[in-house]
Design a protein around this ligand. Structure first.
Ligand code: ADP
Length: 248
């Protein structure tokens, strides 16, 4: 019973830690090419939900499907990643001593399961992909600079670029604009909206202004379940949502 046209489908998912239900009958459908924002107060279950999707945490009950064919609950973390699910954690983890270009090259090499030989000649299509990603993340001009000299925002974009090298079908992004300047936030909004359509993107974010600027559809998590879903205007006017946020 899997929904067509969706890339990710969680049905009645629950998980408890020491008897505490962190995720409680969660139902979530992400469409192909969609950009979805997940919001909710601290402890709502957002991180646990991401951990379940990537296979880091196994739910006690429910089902998790990727596309219409892949039952993620039968798969381990590396196999789930190789289906095309990329996760970007909050802190950037680029290789500071390597150049921007080399970071992207390395990210591609991992995908091919070969040891990265940074001096080897790249095939034309690989160079094209790196070029394409450099343009997307706005770092073409800095491609031969060491990643260590990049600003916080630029490092975040580079890390998104590294995930893009593997052509993911679903990108999970954890608080992308934390610590960014206003200008970097605008650039990040452009980047994430430009990715949607080509791949599905799920963003967990606390900054409501940023969520409003990118999301067509927002899911509000509370106590491990979906409290509300809809446009930012719809959910922010929902009395239940207002109560949860004011009561925090
Ligand atoms: P959010 O990311 O929305 O802040 P989390 O998913 O981190 O929420 O946490 C949901 C709830 O589950 C919290 O109350 C948290 O303390 C609890 N929790 C999460 N992971 C664990 C764990 N490994 N062991 C015990 N409790 C956990």
């Amino acid at each position: 019973d899997v929904r067509h046209g969706s890339i990710l489908y969680l049905e009645d998912v629950s998980v408890s830690f020491d008897g505490f239900k962190a995720i409680n009958n969660l139902n979530l459908t992400i469409d192909d090419g969609e950009l979805r924002c997940i919001i909710g107060p601290n402890g709502a279950g957002k991180t646990t939900m991401m951990d379940i999707i990537t296979g880091k945490t196994r739910p006690d009950t429910g089902s998790v499907w990727f596309g219409s064919r892949h039952n993620l609950l039968t798969m381990n973390e590396p196999d789930i990643a190789s289906l095309g699910i990329g996760r970007k954690f909050q802190k950037p983890t680029v290789f500071e001593a390597l150049t921007v270009f080399e970071n992207l090259e390395l990210a591609m090499a991992t995908d091919k399961r070969v040891l990265p030989t940074l001096t080897s000649r790249l095939a034309g299509e690989d160079l094209d992909r790196i070029d394409e990603v450099l343009t997307l993340i706005g770092l073409k001009r800095l491609k031969d600079r060491e990643a260590g000299i990049l600003s916080h925002g630029q490092k975040q974009w580079l890390e998104i670029g590294m995930l893009l090298m593997q052509k993911p079908r679903l990108l999970l992004v954890d608080e992308p604009v934390a610590g960014m300047t206003e200008q970097e936030m605008e650039r990040t909004a452009e980047l994430l909206t430009s990715l949607a359509g080509k791949q599905s993107v799920v963003v967990v974010e606390h900054d409501m202004g940023f969520v409003r600027s990118i999301a067509r559809k927002v899911t509000v998590l509370h106590q491990g379940s979906v409290l509300a879903e809809g446009s930012m205007d719809q959910v922010s006017n929902d009395p239940e949502v207002v109560k949860v946020y004011l009561g925090e």
